[in-house]
Every structure is written in structure tokens, then in C-alpha cells.
Ligand binder design. Structure first.
Ligand code: ADP
Ligand code: ZN
Ligand code: ZN
Length: 817
């Protein structure tokens, strides 16, 4: 009897491909193993076996596979099921899911580029002959493609050789630049113990004699440590003694000073650094008991806990319990790069059992975590990761925590699969019969709605730890302030007063401005013209630092213009404002203090984000200006004032979730103020202080916000009341995309009638020279979701069979955010 396998290959094709195998291979092959297969005229792909069977394909003759790449499955049955679910629910192909799910080192294919792994020195004697040939070739050429390697080895099936080279860590698969996660180390110095006695020190100073500079450094070190009684950073010593790093190095070389490094999180947690988890207070205990009770009846439970209520410590207890039951734990975070504090907290409790996984990891690191999870190894009992960690090969999952569950970055925008990690995690938990806890101070309407419907269990934690008061929120009417001439630039007199006070007391300040750059738009005061991006329908943004105009959508940039390109007038004005301009203004207003900025532009470099966080923690920064990056779960003890520069640009954003988001954002930023005994203060500047959302933020009234927003969602048929699928069409020819989208919408209307909206031109109609049109399909609760999707796919298929439409790109986005 002939034998076949169905294979998933990492290309966006609707169907699986069937290949023919020998009887011996059919005894060996299991779903989840990799095979290398020929595809098309000359391509080679790595495929994942989905099914072993003996039904020949009817439409084509099955080709033979090239080679089996694994001895045992690297993807388990439950993962294959999850892939199927994602592909169906989010309307994408299994190939799309495979590409998102597997570390790229697992997917060797014709286009794969191999480079030498410079991070590791290889003992060449461990390499087999064919491996050595490839490795040797990489001495002369920085990278090789698969077909180059075929030529070198003079054979077709080279994937097994490459696979072995990867396993020996001799070569890497090239991919986008990534940053390795490393805890930040800070350099400190102290006087060598030889000189700890007073006489020894005196002798030393005499010895140094005429080396005045060196003597000065030693004396300064002495006085700083006497004053602060804390470890002394090299940078501080250099600053205070006005010495060059060369002089300090000389002293270190002479053995007079000793250099050492401390992991910053250790510095921060010194004092309460211990291996045991914390004793919960009564509120936390109650919440823990309620969560466990809720898990008896609900797989999913929502924990609504105000900022700084100690949710993390509650999670820790649940994790301990799961580990005691020998279960794996998945801890999902919105963006792991932004949560170094949490990483070190969990590592302090669980040490080596914590594995960290995210897309910025190198391929080797990701493969390592993958294998540890697959083998249920002790090193990966807790996986802490961003959205893609739902794809890891868990086989024994007992608990999933989704921290900051309201965060929109859990949803993947582009490319497909456009999945939501929180919602996918619920499905994953269900497959494993695991419990899943969603936690947030500002739950998404979706999750809160599900909790109200009793679909999810629900637990509240409404007291801040140590009864720290919620910050005092004050709304400042800037329209009124402008009229009364009480604004200096973008700062109201109230904000300046509070800032002055806070700085005088030695506390720190965070200023939140939801836009980066200096000033989003440059406008001519004579004719109203503002410079536009040539590729996108947006105005260019002025970046003072580079004196450039930049497009935030495609990266286009040009030098700042001196005069209006339309009328020649030199009277150009800056409309709106960004983080860079706020930073400038703060420096003018408070010249004696250290100001820093945190946004996409300042955190791009290696460890850019960590550097700013560390500086803030160590109180080298008095005032930090930033975008929404600031809202992530940071815990800064000394920040007492948070200023929101302008609430209106968030509230007026053209999106049905704008109000919900503004509420979440403002409450989360406010949560950064005053996390210790003293009450924090939040000032929100706005043109519209009577806006309901602002009232709800200032009274911390989630319920009112929820009820009011849900009302709108009912009235306008938006999620979570209705489900929705967004269909985006794009093409470089405006007419074609217009005709195509009209055709598409008309076909949809024949099935869904008034529940189709559009085609609409999005607020930014053209990006990178592609014109966009959106169509929205709204799906009532009682309408079958799977039937709806089937109907859309049918329309989509007829659409792509129209010759004129074939080049129009269609993007299906289920539960779009
Ligand atoms: P949330 O995640 O709810 O914002 P955290 O878990 O970050 O709150 O807790 C806020 C602060 O209170 C943290 O500094 C944490 O260390 C401290 N904390 C919370 N619970 C306890 C506890 N039971 N014992 C000691 N400190 C705690
Ligand atoms: Zn002009
Ligand atoms: Zn552009």
C-alpha cells in the first residue's frame, strides 16, 4: 500500500501538500517531525508533518520527500491543534501560523541565509567532513545561501548538514537584528581592602605624593561613600572628582581601587531581596482564595486589581502552587523588553526555573527555550514571554497568567496570523485543561463584559498594598489658562507650581505626552500649507534634534524647510507638540535639573530602554518626559508627580476604542505616581475638563467608564457586543482599489446586508505609495461565526479569480484592534 504524508510548509497557501514516502519512512515519521521537501520547480522547504496516511492526492502526483530532519517530533499534537484553530479563527493559512510559531532556525529553505556564529568558538575537530567544508567556506564568505551550499557539497540534500551545524552552534540563520536581553550591569568602585585601615589610607595618600589627580580621586571616593553610605558608581566618581576614566583605570590597575559590577535590579531590591515569596496581606489573601474558588467553576478568571495592589505577588503564589503540582506555567506580558523589573522579580523568586522568550532573542536562544519546554526541562518550568510564547511546545501546562490583559500589543497586526495572544491563550489553556488568570487595573471591555456575563470568573483587589492612597488627580483647564495668560509654552501655572514643589522636596516627575518628535506638524501661517510625505497621506513631523522633517509611517525624511514650499512665506508655525518639544521647554523652565526623554527615538539603541530606566531608578533623572512606553508596569518609588500634557489628542483619536484606551492609558500612567507612603499627584491638562472620561479617570471610576462605553458599543454595534472582521484592500493604483473595494463590499452586502460598513477611506489613505480601503463586517452574537467566515472566504475566492483584482492585496483581520 502506498504511503503519504500531509505537510505544512511555511508559505501562504490554502492547502496542505501531500508527499509520498517509503514504508520504512512511514514507520518512522510522526506528526510534528520536520521533513525537507521539494516545492515548485526548484525550491526546497522545511515542512512539518501533519498527518501520515495512505490516500493518494487526486489533483496531482505526490512527489517524494528529500529527507527526514528529526528523530522525534519538535511540535506536539496539541500545538498542531492550536495552529489549526488559529488558522481557522483568524482566517489565515497554516503556513502563516507555522512561520510565526517556529524559531527561524527550525525553518531551513531555499532562501535561508547562513552565517558563521561569531558568538562561539568552535573546535573544528567536532565537525564532520561535509560540515567542515561549509564552515570553512564561511571563513571566506560572510554568508551562504542554501544553493551555494549545494554547490560546495555537490549535492541537493544539504538541509541535514546545515541542521547539524546549527545544533553545534557553528552557524546561525540570518534574521533581522535582534537585541539580546541582558540584565543591566552598573560599574562600581571601592577602595581596595588593603587600605581600609586609617593608617593604611594615610600611607597611601603619602605614597601618591605628587600624583595630585589620583589623590583627588581617592579623597573624593572617600567622601562620597561617607556621605551616601552606598556603593559608588564609576560614573559618579568621575563626575565628582572631575577625573578622566584613564586616571580611575590607573588606580584600578595599581590595585588601589577595586572595580565590581552589580546587577541593577539587585541594587534596587537590596533590603527586601530574598528567595522566599512575600507574605500576602489580608486583601491579597482573600483575592487568592477567591481566585482558587473561581477556578473550580471557571477556566478563565479576570482579576481586576488597582495599580499597586500587589497583583504580582498573588500571581507568584499561584505559580508556586502550579510548580508544586509539577505543572508548567506561562506568564504572558505585553512587551517583555519593557518589563525588566518584573523579570528580575520573578528570577529572584524562582531562579533558574524561569525561561524568558521573546522575538528579540537570537535564534539560538529561542531554540534553546523551545527545546527546554519541549522536554519539560527544569530550566523552563515558568516561561515569561511576549505574545509569541503561546507557540511554545508546552505539554504539561497548568497555569497561564496574562498580565496587563487590556494591552493592545497582545494582538498581532502584521503579518498574518493576526492573532490575539490573550484570546489564543484561553484556547491553549482549554486544550491543556489549565487555568488562566487575566489581570489588569483597567480591564479591556471584552474581558470585563465576559466576566459580567459569567463566562469568566471575576475577582477584585481594590486596595493598594500598604494602603498607599490613590494619587490625587487634578484636571487643569488649559483653555481657561490660555485666556488668562497663565501658560508658559505647554505648561500651565498649576503644573509649574506642582513641579517646583516636587523638585524642591527631592522627588521625581514623569511627564506624559502621547507623541514623539518635536512638533507633529509644521504649518505655514500665510497659506496654511504643511509639508506632506510623498509616499503617505500624512504631514511630516518636525524633529528638532536632527533638524529634519520625518514621516512616522515610512521613514521618509528631509531637512527642515526655511520657507513655505507653496507660497514662499517664512512664517512657519509648529502645530501640536511632541515629547522633544516638551523636553526643550522643561529644560528652559528648570535649568538646574536633569531632564530625560523616553520614546521610540531614544530607546532604539542597544539597551536604550534599560539605560533610561536605570538612570531613573538611580535618581540621575529628575524629570522624565515620555510617550505611552511610560505606562508599562514600572515601579518607581520616588516619583511623586505625573503630568499629562494634553489629554485631548488621545480622546479625539478616530477609533471606536479611543475613549476606553484613553481611560486605560491615563489611569496606568497615574499609577506611576506615589507608590509609597506619600500620596502621589497627577495633573491632567485638557481643553475639555468636563469630558466624562476625564471625570472617570479623576475619580478612578472604572464601572462608570465601562457602563457608558458599553452603551455606545450597543448603540453602534461594536465589540464586544458584536464581533467584527475588518477587510483591508490595498493597491498602488487608486482607481483599481476603489473599484475592487466597491465590488467586494457589494458582494458582502448581498449576504450580510446592513452589517457591512464601507468601503471607507481610512484616516491615512496612502502609506508607502499604497492606497487603502477598509470594509467592516459586523457580526451579531446569534450569527454563526464560522458560517460568516465561510461566506467571506467564498467571496474572497471569487474576488481573486477576477483578473483585474488579482494584484489587489486583501488583508483579513478578525477581532481587529
Ligand atoms: P501591581 O502589579 O498590582 O501594580 P505590585 O505587585 O507591583 O502591584 O505591588 C506593588 C508594590 O507593593 C511592589 O513594590 C511590591 O513589591 C509590594 N508588595 C505587594 N505585595 C506585597 C506583600 N505581600 N509584601 C510586601 N510587599 C508587597
Ligand atoms: Zn505658505
Ligand atoms: Zn511616509
Amino acid at each position: 500500500m502506498p504511503n503519504f504524508i500531509d505537510v505544512i510548509i511555511p508559505v501562504p497557501l490554502q492547502k496542505l501538500f501531500t508527499y509520498s514516502i517509503t514504508i520504512a519512512e512511514s514507520d518512522f515519521l510522526k506528526p510534528g517531525m520536520r521533513v525537507s521537501v521539494p516545492f515548485g520547480k526548484s525550491k526546497i522547504y522545511t515542512g512539518i508533518v501533519c498527518k501520515v496516511h495512505n490516500t493518494a492526492p487526486t489533483a496531482y502526483e505526490a512527489k517524494d520527500i528529500h529527507q527526514i530532519l528529526d528523530d522525534s517530533p519538535i511540535v506536539n499534537e496539541m500545538q498542531l491543534q492550536l495552529w489549526q484553530w488559529i488558522s481557522k479563527y483568524y482566517m489565515c493559512t497554516l503556513g502563516d501560523v507555522m512561520r510565526a510559531a517556529l524559531p527561524s532556525a527550525f525553518i531551513l529553505e531555499s532562501e535561508t541565509v547562513i552565517t558563521k556564529n561569531t558568538a562561539k568558538i568552535i573546535d573544528e575537530s567536532i565537525l564532520k567532513d561535509d560540515e567542515f567544508l561549509v564552515y570553512e567556506a564561511l571563513h571566506h564568505q560572510s554568508s551562504l545561501k542554501i544553493h551555494d551550499i549545494s554547490n560546495i557539497l555537490d549535492k541537493k540534500n544539504v538541509l541535514p548538514v546545515i541542521k547539524r551545524l546549527i545544533e553545534k552552534e557553528a552557524v546561525s540563520v540570518e534574521e533581522e537584528v535582534y537585541e539580546k536581553y541582558k540584565p543591566k550591569l552598573v560599574r562600581y568602585v571601592k577602595l581596595h581592602t588593603n587600605y581600609s585601615s586609617e593608617t593604611a589610607l594615610k600611607n597611601l595618600l603619602e605614597e601618591l605624593g605628587r600624583a595630585h589627580k589620583q589623590k583627588e580621586v581617592v579623597l573624593t571616593l572617600f567622601s562620597i561613600s561617607a556621605k551616601t553610605k552606598k556603593p559608588v558608581k564609576v560614573s559618579d566618581l568621575a563626575n565628582e572628582s572631575d577625573a578622566s576614566s584613564a586616571i580611575i583605570k590607573t588606580l584600578i590597575d595599581k590595585g588601589i581601587l577595586e572595580e565590581y559590577h552589580i546587577q541593577t535590579d539587585r541594587v534596587q531590591y537590596s533590603g527586601d531581596e530574598n528567595e522566599d515569596s512575600k507574605q500576602l496581606n489580608d486583601y491579597q489573601k482573600t483575592a487568592l482564595i477567591e481566585i482558587k474558588a473561581s477556578f473550580e467553576t471557571h477556566q478563565v478568571t479576570l482579576l481586576h486589581g488597582v495599580t499597586s495592589s500587589g497583583k504580582t505577588e498573588v500571581y507568584v503564589k499561584l505559580i508556586e502552587e502550579a510548580l508544586n503540582n509539577k505543572k508548567q506555567v506561562l506568564y504572558l506580558l505585553p512587551e517583555i523588553a519593557l518589563t525588566t523589573q518584573l523579570v528580575s522579580r520573578l528570577q529572584n523568586y524562582f531562579g533558574e526555573q524561569v525561561a524568558i522568550f521573546h522575538s528579540k532573542y537570537s535564534s539560538h536562544e529561542r531554540v534553546e527555550v523551545w527545546n527546554n519546554v519541549l522536554n519539560n526541562s527544569a530550566k523552563a518550568q515558568i516561561v515569561l514571554g511576549a505574545r509569541s510564547s503561546i507557540f511554545l511546545p508546552f505539554n504539561n501546562l497548568g497555569l497561564i497568567i496574562v498580565d496587563e490583559e487590556h494591552e493592545q500589543s497582545f494582538k498581532q497586526f502584521d503579518p498574518a496570523p493576526r492573532y490575539h495572544a490573550r484570546d489564543t491563550a484561553v484556547v491553549l489553556a482549554n486544550m491543556h485543561q489549565a487555568k488562566i488568570l487575566l489581570g489588569s487595573a483597567t480591564p479591556s471591555l471584552e474581558s470585563y463584559f465576559n466576566a459580567k456575563q459569567n463566562k469568566y470568573g471575576f475577582v477584585e483587589l481594590m486596595h493598594r498594598y500598604n494602603d498607599v492612597l490613590m494619587p490625587d488627580v487634578e484636571l487643569v483647564d488649559i483653555k481657561d489658562k490660555l485666556k488668562k495668560k497663565r501658560m508658559k509654552g505647554h505648561f500651565s501655572d498649576r503644573l509649574i507650581e506642582e513641579m517646583t514643589e516636587t523638585l524642591k522636596d527631592g522627588h521625581q516627575i514623569i511627564l506624559f505626552q502621547n507623541r514623539r518628535g518635536f512638533s507633529p506638524i509644521v504649518e505655514c501661517n500665510t497659506c496654511g500649507h504643511s509639508p506632506q510625505c510623498p509616499n503617505c497621506d500624512v504631514s511630516l513631523t518636525y524633529h528638532q534634534y536632527r533638524n529634519q522633517l520625518r514621516c512616522h509611517y515610512c521613514g521618509y525624511n528631509m531637512a527642515m524647510q526655511q520657507d513655505c514650499k507653496a507660497c514662499g512665506s517664512q512664517d512657519l508655525d509648529n502645530k501640536g507638540f511632541g515629547t522633544e518639544q516638551i523636553e526643550e521647554e522643561v529644560k528652559m523652565l528648570f535649568p538646574d535639573y536633569n531632564v530625560a526623554r523616553m520614546d521610540l527615538d531614544t530607546t532604539r539603541g542597544k539597551y536604550g530602554y534599560e539605560k533610561i530606566i536605570t538612570a531613573l531608578e538611580q535618581q540621575e533623572i529628575d524629570i522624565l518626559v515620555g510617550t505611552q512606553m511610560l505606562t508599562k508596569g514600572l515601579d518607581f518609588r520616588n516619583v511623586k508627580l505625573v503630568g499629562i500634557m494634553n489629554a485631548d489628542n488621545m480622546l479625539n483619536f478616530p477609533d471606536f476604542r479611543a475613549h476606553e484606551r484613553s481611560f486605560q492609558l491615563m489611569l496606568q500612567v497615574s499609577g506611576r505616581a506615589g507608590r509609597t507612603e506619600e500620596r502621589g499627584k497627577v495633573l491632567i491638562q485638557t481643553y475639555n475638563p468636563h469630558h466624562n472620561i476625564l471625570q472617570q479617570v479623576s475619580t478612578n471610576n472604572y464601572i462608570d467608564m465601562f457602563n457608558e462605553q458599553m452603551n455606545d458599543r450597543y448603540n453602534f454595534k461594536y465589540p464586544p457586543v458584536y464581533k467584527q472582521i475588518k477587510i483591508t484592500l490595498k493597491h498602488k493604483d487608486y482607481n483599481r482599489v476603489e473599484i475592487a473595494s466597491n465590488w467586494y463590499a457589494k458582494s458582502l452586502r448581498q449576504v450580510f446586508d446592513t452589517n457591512v460598513l464601507g468601503p471607507e477611506t481610512p484616516p491615512i489613505a496612502r502609506i508607502r505609495n499604497q492606497f487603502y480601503k477598509n470594509i467592516l463586517v459586523k457580526i451579531p452574537k446569534q450569527q454563526s461565526l464560522s458560517k460568516t467566515k465561510e461566506a467571506i472566504i467564498k467571496i474572497n475566492n471569487s474576488f481573486s479569480s477576477v483578473k483585474d483584482f488579482r494584484s489587489v492585496k486583501v488583508i483579513l483581520n478578525v477581532d481587529n484592534f
